[in-house]
Design a protein around this ligand. Sequence first.
Ligand code: 4AD
Ligand code: MG
Length: 469
Amino acid sequence: MDQLKRHRVYDLLKNDSTHLIGGMVNVKGWVRTRRGNKKVAFIALNDGSIIHNIQVVVDVQAFQDDELLRKVTTGACISVNGKLVESQGKGQAVEIQAEAIKVYGTADPLTYPLQKKGHSLEFLREIAHLRPRTNTFGAIFRIRHALSFAIHQFFNDHGFYYLHTPIITGSDAEGAGAMFRVTTLDLKKPPLTEKGEIDFSKDFFGKETNLTVSGQLEGELGALALSNIYTFGPTFRAENSNTSRHLSEFWMIEPEMAFYDIHDNMDLAEAFLKHLVAYIVEHCEDDLAFLQKMYDNELMERLRMVLDNEFVRLTYTRAVDILIQSGQSFEFPVEWGMDLQSEHERYLVEQSFGKPVILTDYPKGIKAFYMKMNDDGRTVRAMDVLFPGIGEIIGGSQREEDYERLQSRIREMGIPEEDVWWYLETRKFGTAPHSGFGLGFERLMLFVTGMGNIRDVIPFPRAPQNAEF
Ligand code: 4AD
Ligand code: MG
């Protein structure tokens, strides 16, 4: 029965399949529901290629094998040969009249965790090995794919090269957060130096190494040779922050551009985000409609808000004034010099302006060593893009390209020069003005799916106390 070529459900329901009507087709997938009576059974079959199920109609009496039909329950995996016909029922154009069914895998109704519909997202997180089989996670992971594709497409079309930066790193210069150590030393009895400290010269790489928090520093090395590069890879932060917006392992997109100043950088960030949102609106219609209906009835409106508005650009100092004058009582009271919390960022976006906001020129004390100093000596050429419902979605800056000034910032901040000598050398040999930013991929996923928790937009979330699957 396997001789027919398999059709994806997508090909039968989404593409024009009228030329196939009346002919035999094969589909394979997982049973979502089975209903019917003694005469006829309706199987809703899903293969993950599209949110919709194809309806398989079985003439139970003509179908000899009762034993086999009993195995066709929710969750079972089957292959169906049958005639593609115009559907009698509402909701689908075509359906399949089954002639032969093969059961690849049964799913015992008594123990299959997805037997019933309507599980909470919290419960589904505990069965991350099976949740891709729900409509919700199918939609999310298809959107995640489309978004990744759109990112590569955007940069390719704009003359950027994809640079692969290392995951294991010997430097902690970024200071973006606590790091995960990478070691092959025996933790029970590590080699010790004469002073009694762990002797990392005996470790695998001959020095201390960690998982990277960002590909930026290596990205800059690429930009100062290829002009425009981007990275797109996993990054790791070991902070113990159990929020709905933080992961311990998340994906980041980091473009880095030679000859860009902070304004060029902002223009690129805005065009990039708009392209990505527009791509999803255009290509993920069915999945977005599902998420809008099930989770967030303002989803499309918020996506439109990004597409239809110019982002507001203002300085951190001006934003602090607005927040103080708002008279709003925040959990963290606002004063100049503080790192803004997501409650402040969201107030600016959602209450003050009603559109995305780019804040610039942050106090140097709360930003990384590599950001270019402004003439005022107190602020740096940083830019954060703030989104409705999310807060910070992008962080970036113009970089300090002057050797002496960068070196004195490194000393001021107590960063060991032997960790960053290679980075400093780019300012010694053929330095150039340059800028870049980092987009948190899962933050963008939160925005385009309307989901409320970052653990629900990545297949296998890594968060404190959570690495089961
Ligand atoms: O603002 P961040 O820390 O910036 C950097 O890492 C720079 N090296 C970027 C650059 O200029 N090339 O992180 C960038 C973005 C944030 O705006 C946020 O969207 C996301 O990464 N992000 C996280 N996403 C999920 N979980 C976490 N723990 C995150 N930390 C940052
Ligand atoms: Mg940041």
